[in-house]
Design a protein around this ligand. Structure first.
Ligand code: ADP
Length: 382
């Protein structure tokens, strides 16, 4: 276990590619941390800096309070598992797993014991004499994991380790890695571009974009309290719908409007908008918080459940659920599509009017300029 800290870290490659910038975070002992973000956002760079494979251009990396910047990779108590497995083709499974220990000149009996113990725990014991080419993709991945485990590192670093596996094996290996974490209780830092993998595996998740850390939170908090539009749109499938809406004060309350759409703000929203002085706000609505009115005779529009007019574009079946793509454009110039996730199937022709209900309590509010979440105002704070 280790306590990992980045302080003001930046990495500049070659002549000025700022791959990551202004990174400040502390990872507590034993956490399963996932770093997620689109390709090129700097995830692997962070991992490689932890492993010592890249120097930090600015800032410091501490492990258990000790600055790691000058410590070479082989002296760090980290072990990396790569997407490509990186097994030595001319060495057997045993040879691959024993390799890092031989490098450290450990006694043969200790190496033997560790390799056999780890092989047993990963169900690789019967494969120890095989060569990598005689193994399936899943078995190779387990050998790569075993080779990291024999070193008994304080921190495991995973760089997209499941990308080369098929869907079924990926799901199985995901569970194995999660179980391994529970057993070892060491730090796991796991890089992926797949947000589903991130939320199913991580205790805490770092969402990165353009070399910056946007939010570091539990999966539940990322869903419930996304820090900005990027995080809100990146975490959750299908992605959140965003609409730029006007804020209109009328006699009977505060409304959020966009052409034909009109949502009455709840008291909670009104409180949050008290100190927001702009005329427009970005409204985020998750597809699961929208309902097709036609399918829901029981939903009576009231202050919370409000309906708006849309036109059917197409639908996509997900098995249990159906995704409806609706055109809710406020006018001809401003095209706006919305995704509705409903578990009931409706037939409609393209262009047919189809109303949607939105649960006003469930909408998210973001600053129209900065795209940051508009915070909940503390009671009694002026
Ligand atoms: P990710 O893992 O999120 O896909 P990376 O950390 O690999 O992102 O890369 C972040 C940025 O740094 C990208 O723009 C990438 O092109 C650049 N980069 C990565 N490695 C190098 C390198 N060795 N030399 C120059 N630029 C690099």
């Amino acid at each position: 276990m280790a306590h990992l800290q980045f302080r003001h870290v930046a990495k500049i490659y070659g002549k000025g590619v700022r791959a990551v910038d202004g990174l400040d975070f502390t990872i507590p002992h034993g956490e399963f941390t996932v770093i997620v973000g689109p390709s090129g956002c700097g995830k692997s760079t962070v991992l490689r800096m932890m492993a010592g494979l890249e120097d930090l251009t600015e800032g410091e990396f501490f492990m258990d309070g000790v600055v790691m910047n000058p410590v070479p990779p082989q002296k760090r108590e980290t072990a990396m598992v790569f997407q490509s497995y990186a097994l030595y083709p001319h060495l057997s499974v045993y040879g691959n797993m024993a390799f890092p220990l031989k490098l450290r000149k450990m006694p043969k009996d200790v190496i033997d014991r560790r390799v056999v113990d780890v092989a047993r725990s990963l169900d690789l014991e019967s494969l120890l004499q095989r060569m990598p080419r005689e193994l399936s993709g899943g078995q190779r991945q387990r050998v790569a994991l075993g080779r990291a485990m024999v070193r008994e590192p304080k921190v495991f670093l995973f760089d997209e380790p499941l990308s080369n596996l098929d869907a079924k094996l990926r799901a199985e290996t995901r569970i194995e890695i999660a179980q391994l974490h529970r057993r070892l209780k060491t730090n796991f830092v796991y890089v992926t571009h797949d947000q589903v993998e991130a939320v199913t595996m991580g205790e805490k998740i770092m969402v990165m974009k353009d070399g910056r850390l946007r939010q570091y939170a539990t999966p539940g908090d990322l869903m419930r309290r996304p820090a900005d539009c990027f995080v809100a749109g990146f975490i959750g499938t299908p992605p959140m719908n965003f609409l730029t809406m006007h804020i209109e004060q009328s006699k009977d309350g505060l409304y959020l409007t966009s052409g034909r759409l009109r949502i009455m703000a709840t008291p909670g929203h009104v409180r949050r908008l008290v100190r927001y002085k702009k005329n427009e706000v970005i409204v985020g609505i998750r597809p699961k918080d929208l309902y097709l009115k036609r399918l829901r005779d029981d939903l009576k529009p009231d202050e919370d459940m409000q309906s708006m007019a849309g036109r059917f574009i197409l639908k996509e079946s997900l098995g249990d659920d159906v995704l409806y793509y609706l055109d809710v454009s406020p006018d001809f110039d401003k095209k706006q599509t919305m995704i509705v996730k409903d578990d009931a199937a409706a037939d409609a022709d393209a262009g047919e009017p189809l109303d949607v209900c939105v649960d006003a309590k469930k909408i998210y509010l973001f600053d129209a300029d900065t795209e940051k979440a508009i915070p909940v105002q503390e009671e009694g704070v002026e």
